[in-house]
Design a protein around this ligand. Structure first.
Ligand SMILES: Nc1ncnc2c1ncn2[C@@H]1O[C@H](COP(=O)(O)OP(=O)(O)OP(=O)(O)O)[C@@H](O)[C@H]1O
Length: 318
């Protein structure tokens, strides 16, 4: 069966994973990934990303719920699904005495329908490093070799666990370019990352995991929009926070101060900014350092993690 015959390439419902001793690292997550989509799993350290990806790759059984990849249970029906998936683990763990070309050839020998190893190496810019031993590669080059090996079988679905960790800025951009071109040819990609700009740049949709649960999910724009925008400025000389119009009237839901700098949070940015500026204009005040911006994915991520941890924010009394 080809990918396009499935509505969802990855289909996860109430998925759980408990480790020995009973600790539940994944606590009932549900999401789907469609053909040709790039889906990112984000989360704080220990949120359960790798535990989830290992179940999707068929490396570990689910302890509850349902997981399907290309219509199969990846653990119980591994033989059916493994040849159609590419897997880039966090630690490749290839024999370090072999050269890059030997490693690629050896891996190609174990991969059904493998493309020529040299072509896979060229995809990640390692075509001239064939004679170098794996142990002599830099950390970033090893990650690129891991990616080349994951691509050898021209997979329909590709799992990338932190694919650009340790890569310099140029290599990271090259990897993004490669992921985009794979997506354009219909490859479905699920990646985990700690780089929020990577998710913002690459992902069609994403889920933010926190302590084994999905705290927020959607397109990067949807996830970002769930968090308030921010207006920052310096309090004018001689003014205190109390001299501003009541913050609730500005449509502001919370605030922080750092010295004389005030940060206001609002879900109605245009309204809040307009009312603040109208007040300032009327009072003949120039607001120095004025900065008005929607939340970045990074701010949204931090806000989601904070909320999910139950941390309280300073709320404006209505
Ligand atoms: N084999 C194991 N036995 C017991 N607990 C484990 C095991 N593997 C992982 N854990 C725990 O499960 C939780 C989730 O770990 P996981 O590696 O899935 O998180 P992650 O989101 O990938 O984290 P990171 O971003 O740090 O890689 C962590 O608290 C971790 O300590």
């Amino acid at each position: 069966m080809r990918t396009e015959e499935h509505e969802h390439v990855i289909d996860v419902a109430d998925l759980r994973r408990a480790y020995q001793g009973g600790f539940e690292a994944v606590r009932g997550i549900t999401f789907q990934v469609g053909p040709g989509e790039v889906f990112a799993l984000l989360g704080t350290n220990g949120a359960g990303k790798t535990s989830t990806v290992e179940m999707l790759e068929g490396l570990a059984p689910a302890s509850g719920g349902r997981v399907r990849v290309l219509g199969h249970d990846p653990y119980r029906e591994r033989a059916a699904v493994r040849p159609r998936m590419g897997v880039m683990l966090q630690e490749g763990g290839f024999p370090s005495e072999l050269t890059v070309a030997e490693t690629a050839r050896m891996w190609a020998g174990c991969t059904s329908g493998a493309q020529p190893p040299q072509e896979a190496l060229a995809l990640v810019g390692l075509e001239r490093r064939g004679k170098v031993r794996v142990k002599q590669l830099s950390g970033g080059e090893r990650r690129r070799l891991d990616l080349a090996l994951a691509l050898l079988g021209t997979p329909e679905v590709l799992f990338l666990d932190e694919p650009t960790t340790g890569l310099d800025a140029e290599a990271r951009r090259n990897t993004w370019e490669l992921v985009r071109s794979l997506r354009d040819t219909g490859t479905t990609v699920l990646l985990t990352t700690h780089y929020l700009e990577e998710a913002e740049d690459l992902a069609d949709r994403l889920a933010v995991l926190h302590e084994g649960r999905i705290a927020s999910a959607g397109t990067p724009a949807e996830v970002t929009a769930s968090q308030p925008s921010r207006i920052s400025f310096e309090l004018p000389e001689g003014y205190a926070l109390d001299d501003l119009p009541p913050l609730a009237e500005l449509g502001v839901i919370g605030h922080e101060t750092a010295g004389r700098v005030v940060h206001l949070r609002s879900h109605v940015l245009q309204q809040s900014a307009t009312r603040l500026l109208t007040w300032a204009e009327g009072a003949g005040i120039e607001l120095h350092g004025l900065d008005v911006r929607s939340a970045s994915l990074e701010e949204a991520f931090l806000g989601i993690a904070r909320e999910a941890s139950g941390a309280t924010v300073q709320e404006v009394a209505a």
